[in-house]
Design a protein around this ligand. Structure first.
Ligand code: PHE
Length: 338
């Protein structure tokens, strides 16, 4: 029986070595170790052995089974490796991978985030409001009379319902004061709409960032200090800022802010960057009427407001000459801001 077992092992090992594929290897396994396989059948002969022979043959059967199983596993691994290699034949795995294009933030998002970060340092928090607005929130509450040119159908997008697309984010100031008692210190970035002809510096949809600070004793000096801080943080510590008297219906006094800036390839020049002023008492009166209380009584509170164009800020920041580039979604343009 010893001899028979030795033969089985020799034949099994050579059959395993000769197996050319996984299917063939499986057939060899069945032929030797399967239920009716040669080693299994040989093991059945154990019962006829003497007491002395049993442990010896038993051990031999075990080591043989082990040797065959081992050889099957090793060969199986080799066949698997061969199959893997064949499946990538012709592919050069040492070639560098194709570059990934993970994308990047839009320049408008970048300046908006930066502006918000700076204004947060001054204690402003974010406020929001709808883009489809009432005439009250866009004009009446902001001391803008019915005959004001901004209210003209030629300048503003009206709906049949009488509602309109907000022409500035000052609407959010009104909504904030309606809903929140002073002190308030909010900023509202968002889209605005005006019936402008499209050219290098105008789009009918653009983006503003508006700010409002109301408290018991807010002064022009606070306004100037805050906005000087903002533009220096935005454009560099050395940036010069000037306040030019101007007119807005909702602020008095009102100013336009210019910053002395050097655009790429140009001499430094004064560029208008924002409108601002002290909230007009007439606006506070409207808010008191709308709220039905006197928290915003102009004898008790003062405040400043400002508004700036984010598109313009981005154009200044990167020397972008045509505002239309900001909405054309040309990846060659946008990828420069990564
Ligand atoms: N709302 C003004 C505009 O759209 C900007 C502004 C805001 C001016 C606040 C003064 C105070 O042009």
């Amino acid at each position: 029986m010893k001899e028979e077992i030795a033969n089985i092992q020799t034949e099994a090992l050579s059959a395993i070595a000769a197996a050319a594929g996984e299917q063939e290897l499986e057939e060899v396994r069945i032929a030797f170790l399967g239920k009716k396989g040669r080693l299994t059948v040989a093991s059945a002969g154990m019962k006829d052995l003497s007491k002395d022979d049993k442990p010896v043959i038993g051990q031999l059967l075990n080591t043989t089974r082990y040797a065959i199983t081992e050889a099957l596993d090793t060969k199986g691994g080799i066949l698997q490796d061969d199959a893997d290699a064949a499946s990538v034949e012709g592919i050069d795995l040492s070639l560098p991978a194709l570059p990934l294009h993970p994308g990047n933030l839009h320049p408008l998002t970048l300046v908006k985030d930066r502006a918000i970060t700076i204004l947060r340092q001054l204690g402003f928090s974010l406020a929001e409001g709808p883009e489809i607005e009432t005439e009250f929130h866009c004009f009446d509450a902001l001391n803008t009379p019915a005959e004001h040119p901004a209210r003209n159908e030629k300048d503003t997008f009206y709906f049949d319902s009488g509602k309109l697309l907000r022409t500035h984010t000052s609407t959010v100031q009104v909504r904030t004061m309606e809903n929140q008692a002073p002190p308030v210190r909010v900023i509202a970035p968002g889209s605005c709409y005006r019936r402008d002809e499209v050219d290098k510096t105008h789009l009918p949809a653009f983006n503003q960032l508006e700010g409002l600070y109301v408290d018991s004793d807010v002064q022009v000096g606070d306004l100037k200090g805050a906005l000087e801080f903002f533009y220096r943080a935005m454009f560099g510590e050395e940036t010069k800022v000037r306040f030019r008297p101007h007119f807005f219906p909702f602020t008095e006094p009102s100013f336009e802010i210019d910053a002395l800036l050097k655009l790429k390839g140009e001499e430094p020049k004064w560029i208008e960057v924002a409108g601002c002023g002290m909230v007009d008492p007439a606006v506070f009166d409207e808010i008191c009427k709308a709220r039905g209380d006197d928290f915003y009584d102009p004898d008790k509170v003062t405040g400043y407001a400002f508004g700036m164009g984010l598109d313009r800020l981005a154009m200044i920041q990167w020397g972008i000459k045509d505002i239309r580039l900001l909405i054309e979604n040309d990846a060659r343009f946008l990828s420069q801001f990564a």
